[in-house]
Design a binder for this molecule. Sequence first.
Ligand SMILES: NC(=O)c1ccc[n+]([C@@H]2O[C@H](COP(=O)([O-])OP(=O)(O)OC[C@H]3O[C@@H](n4cnc5c(N)ncnc54)[C@H](OP(=O)(O)O)[C@@H]3O)[C@@H](O)[C@H]2O)c1
Length: 392
Amino acid sequence: MSASFSSTTTSHLRTLPSPPPPSPSLRFTPTFRENRKQVTPTSTLIRKSNLCSWRSGRFVVKSQTTSAPASSESVTVTPVPSQMKAWVYGEYGGVDVLKFDSNVGVPDFKEDEVLVKVVAAALNPVDAKRRQGKFKATDSPLPTVPGYDVAGVVAKVGSQVKDFKVGDEVYGDINEKALEGPRQFGTLAEYTAVEAKLLAPKPKNLDFAQAAGLPLAIETAYEGLERTGFSAGKSILVLNGSGGVGSLVIQLAKQVFGASRVAATASTRNLDLLKSLGADLAIDYTKENFEDLPEKFDVVYDAIGQCDRAVKAMKEGGSVVALTGAVTPPGFRFVVTSNGEVLKKLNPYLESGKVKAVVDPKGTFSFAQVADAFSYLETNRATGKVIIHPIP
Ligand SMILES: NC(=O)c1ccc[n+]([C@@H]2O[C@H](COP(=O)([O-])OP(=O)(O)OC[C@H]3O[C@@H](n4cnc5c(N)ncnc54)[C@H](OP(=O)(O)O)[C@@H]3O)[C@@H](O)[C@H]2O)c1
């Protein structure tokens, strides 16, 4: 059984163009407008995201991180209400189809599922593409609460769930198959339901905001590397090393798989970030064509949609994995499968600080600012992850 939207929500989403009629969501709108003007100062964001900072106007990741527990955040998980606040859209389109609703039904959960009190969520390009209707054929029915990534606290558990109990701090990507029937009720809400097998304990040294940015991106990074057969001693070129996925491909290749050499592309402002993450060679795509360099690579990880050029940077017998765009053989594309076991496997690397969460210094938005956060993500200029925190 799945949760339902309140009847007022469903009717206004399905029948009315903007502006919507008076409703609980409309009453909330003036607060949003006020909040949108209250841009969080960069210094505050730096404090929130203790693994990265701006230096001399550039974004860098600290060379050493602590494995000390992240500052704890008090989260009340019981009693679970029947209605919750959520962002929803009832039609496909631009950012303006996103509406806030304070009367969405809290999702039901199955015996093998967990109900999570969402503390932080992250945006991914797939959220924007899905909202734009690019995956209509395999999408869940509208209206939709978007959001794949979550970090939060277990509020309820199904009868078959053995690994988690109420009060556990968890994180994960709630959609096992990113494009095949993703959940109608996503993570941009106070509560979300998710199969327990897709979750892992939140790394102890990360706060909820940092943890929320990891699941889909790090699972994609890991699965792509595995699918290329990447192993110790191999070289890799990462196209778009500053994005959510690429920033983790660089780190996993080096720290987990034992790459002999890592190169990555970014624009000028992000070259220091690439080096901070462990890249041996940072290529400025605004000044150089990576495929014209004499150096070739065992693997090219294309996280931007340049597969035709990527194959020219591959060593003979190497491989090219592409996340988006047209595929040029021998390149191949895959779509990520969410898997809590991968997160569990990677947790020690996160907890030791060998692999770091990269949160865009301008990219932590309040729950009231979800539409602004999508607009920012959709500039394609985000560095690392765009986070929504706190979620009330
Ligand atoms: N197949 C799958 O399972 C899967 C999974 C996850 C993601 N994806 C797809 O993979 C892509 C990357 O996702 P993401 O979350 O990493 O994206 P993202 O974080 O939104 O990427 C933003 C980054 O792209 C960089 N960028 C823009 N143009 C570039 C160029 N020409 N060359 C190199 N870098 C460039 C920007 O850096 P500058 O500002 O410096 O240009 C920015 O840091 C998206 O299309 C997404 O939909 C697919």
